[in-house]
Design a protein around this ligand. Structure first.
Ligand SMILES: O=C(O)CCC(=O)C(=O)O
Ligand SMILES: [Fe+2]
Length: 386
């Protein structure tokens, strides 16, 4: 691996405001950048209308619509999930203002990496990937449950809005994650529609988190050094990932045919992707989709790319074994993906360690030489090239 480092002057463009005078109630609203005019190959993804969920026969209709997407594609959109455009805009606004806080303020909330934790602030430029410093800054917010009470602190800006953040996060869990888990259960023909729901209750300890994320613009030279993001293919580690409308193109999905296509910003939708854990629980039958974020098209390169995401995960004590009473999985003859019983807690720690330390992962990949790295107990991740 190349050890060249590049200057990352673009990474932090703070205007150092005087936050003692800050009015936390009247924040200047976030404005999304305009969509690209370039003609790029977009992914064709189905959209689930969650309003249909409670109508007679709705769940069955939605499950039917999902069958192909969850087994072959791993990505789809949902709409009508019970959060207003104003509520969503407000979260983008909080993200914008959080990232504009001075570094001296944000670093008080820095992630405790030594514990393989990931809640809190992650500064940009932490890791060297493909010879270039990353351009990603993150703030991760855990579930609002007793287990985490007092463990994490927040800047005054977010403290003033924690109630809204909690409402938003709980709504995502209740209105999106729970219905999707029931739809997966229907697809899997499980006798208990709540089988997966019971492994994902909000009140029990799990590592779900809500994320504010920003990708800073890079110069063409910086993008070239970073191979335009082409080597960033990965699968997410949890159950499902929810991504709010992102007009700055860059997110790409690896199709069954080996081609990458780009995810388009559809108004009023959340993009959902299946992740590793739901794949482990189904012996790989539900597809944890490989995706990456590449350099935006030229007409969007100048914009910061602000993201709002929710990562849903099972309880820490969940055992990641294939579900036994699914006729679908039985017919497919799926096998466990680990060579011993692995819990969610172990899985999070193992995969998170690799994700937080791409240098360690790259070194392990290079040592093996077959493009794979063992994450845990005989389960391997693939390193994706161009
Ligand atoms: O920002 C995006 O479009 C996707 C980010 C992503 O893949 C991730 O954070 O795992
Ligand atoms: Fe991802």
């Amino acid at each position: 691996m190349s050890t060249t480092t590049v200057e990352t002057t673009n990474v932090q463009t703070n205007t150092q405001k005087d936050y003692s005078q800050y009015d936390y109630a009247n924040l200047e609203p976030y404005i999304h950048p305009p969509e690209t005019r370039e003609d790029i190959p977009w992914s064709e993804l189905v959209t689930l209308d969650l309003e249909d969920y409670n109508r007679p026969g709705g769940k069955e209709r939605l499950a039917k619509q999902l069958e192909h997407a969850v087994h072959h594609v791993g990505f789809f959109y949902v709409k009508n999930f019970g959060l207003s455009p104003d509520q969503i805009d407000q979260q983008f606004t909080l993200a914008k203002h959080f990232f504009e806080l001075p570094i001296s303020e944000k670093e008080k909330y820095e992630i405790n990496y030594a514990e393989a934790d990931y809640n809190g602030w992650r500064r940009p430029g932490r890791s060297l990937v493909a010879g270039a410093r990353d351009n990603i800054e993150i703030f991760n917010i855990p579930k609002f449950i007793d287990e985490f009470e007092g463990k994490y602190d927040y800047p005054d800006l977010l403290k003033a809005h924690l109630g809204e953040i909690e409402t938003f996060q709980r709504a995502l869990h209740a209105n999106v994650v729970m219905p999707l888990l029931r739809l997966f259960a229907i697809v899997l023909q499980l006798p208990d529609e709540d089988y997966l729901v019971k492994q994902h209750t909000y009140e029990k300890k799990s590592e779900d988190h809500f994320r504010y994320m920003i990708y800073y613009p890079r110069t063409d030279e910086e993008w070239a050094t970073a191979k335009n993001g082409a080597t960033g293919g990965h699968t997410d580690l949890g159950t499902v990932t929810l991504l709010f409308r992102q007009p700055v193109a860059g997110l790409q999905i690896l199709g069954d045919d080996g081609n990458w296509t780009s995810v388009q910003a559809q108004p009023g939708t959340i993009t959902v992707n299946l992740a590793d854990t739901i794949s482990h629980l189904t012996g790989g039958w539900l597809k944890s989709s490989v995706h990456r974020v590449v350099a935006p098209p030229q007409d969007q390169r100048e914009f910061k790319r602000t993201g709002l995401l929710y990562f849903a995960r099972p309880h820490n004590d969940a055992k990641l074994l294939p579900i036994t009473d699914s006729p679908v999985l039985e017919k497919a003859g799926v096998k466990p993906r680990f060579d011993r019983i692995v819990t969610m807690e172990e899985w999070v720690k193992a995969k998170q360690t690799l994700q937080l330390n791409p240098e360690i992962a790259a070194k392990r990949w290079a040592e093996r030489g077959d493009g794979k790295v063992e994450v845990l107990a005989g389960f391997h991740d693939q390193k994706y090239k161009e």
